[in-house]
Design a protein around this ligand. Structure first.
Ligand SMILES: Nc1nc2c(ncn2[C@@H]2O[C@H](COP(=O)(O)OP(=O)(O)O)[C@@H](O)[C@H]2O)c(=O)[nH]1
Ligand SMILES: *[C@@H]1O[C@H](CO)[C@@H](O)[C@H](O)[C@H]1NC(C)=O
Length: 276
């Protein structure tokens, strides 16, 4: 859907088309009526006045039960100067599925995923951009935002002990998966070159929170250069993660991930078969 005719669906572009804007900003959104507006306003502020590159914003509604879609469309109408698109998934598929859908149908030379909660500072996209310039090879690169530098700061210490304990447990498992060198896999702020996105997103299996880990494992196996970049970040109320049940789910997904790659059932190839 787009702003001039919100009821008329647009044809979805493909990640395998040539790029037509410099940056795609992909925002997965599930029940985000409270947090989306400030996040989007801050992003647009930077995109319109802090940078001159062309861009699009793709809000992927993940089957929200609240008025997220209506809000996203009204924000698009409020900003006709910006190319804001709203994609509505009929059912809730999970963050990984929503992000993947957005990436498969975006037009940017580079593609940024960013959470709807506004926890990261949008201008920091420039830090990721610069880091990618430094490592890019044959058009392939990924820069991931990282909160690892904040581990001993107030923002993190204030989080509950159980959350921090689980974070350490999670990291231990990541080491066995071969991505222990990435200190913060879960940060919702990651930038991909189009070529890197073409290689890692179509064959992404996990639709849940652990999709970030799968992306990084793929990048590692495909020798895509990855840079981890410290970014500003602050906890925003309203997280919909349930510590106990989501942690169990994450652990289960990590095991699934580990086994499927170990058994060769999931493989990283550069094939383009599995497209939406
Ligand atoms: N909780 C949740 N978030 C989803 C889902 N699909 C997409 N998202 C988005 O994923 C992002 C991160 O979610 P959030 O609850 O803020 O998790 P946290 O910030 O990591 O604690 C937000 O932009 C959500 O709107 C889903 O099924 N559940
Ligand atoms: C999403 O919103 C619906 C309706 O308000 C609610 O029933 C559901 O629990 C919410 N889901 C989450 C994860 O917050």
């Amino acid at each position: 859907m787009c702003a001039d005719s919100p009821t008329k669906p647009l044809q979805l572009p493909s990640l395998f088309d040539p790029p037509s804007v410099a940056l795609s900003v992909i925002v997965p959104a599930y029940n985000e009526t409270d947090r989306l507006t400030p996040m989007l306003e801050a992003a647009l502020e930077h995109l319109t006045s802090g940078s001159t590159r062309s861009y699009e914003v793709v809000i992927v509604d993940d089957g929200s039960k609240d008025a997220t879609v209506a809000l996203a469309i009204s924000l698009a109408q409020k900003h006709p100067e910006s190319d804001i698109r709203v994609v509505k998934l009929d059912h809730n598929v999970g963050k990984g599925g929503a992000v993947r859908h957005g990436f498969l149908h975006s037009r940017g030379e580079r593609l940024l995923m960013v959470d709807a909660d506004g926890a990261s500072r949008f201008q920091d996209v420039e830090l990721l951009w610069k880091a990618m310039d430094d490592i890019e090879k044959d058009g392939r690169s990924i820069a991931v935002g990282s909160r690892a530098h904040m581990v001993n700061t107030e923002a993190v210490v204030k989080r509950s002990a159980i959350r921090n304990f689980l974070m350490h447990g999670f990291h231990l498992v990541l080491r066995t998966l071969g991505v222990g060198h990435i200190r913060d896999t879960q940060c919702g702020f990651k930038l991909f070159s189009r070529k890197a996105a073409q290689e890692v997103f179509p064959t992404l299996h996990l639709k849940t929170w652990v999709f970030d880990v799968e992306l990084l494992i793929k990048a590692q196996l495909l020798d895509i250069p990855v840079s981890e970049v410290p970014i500003a970040w602050h906890e925003v109320a309203g997280s919909k993660l349930s510590i106990v049940s989501d942690s169990l789910g994450m652990f289960k997904d990590l095991v699934i991930l580990r086994l499927n790659y170990a058994l060769g059932r999931w493989q990283v190839t550069r094939d383009r078969e599995k497209r939406d």
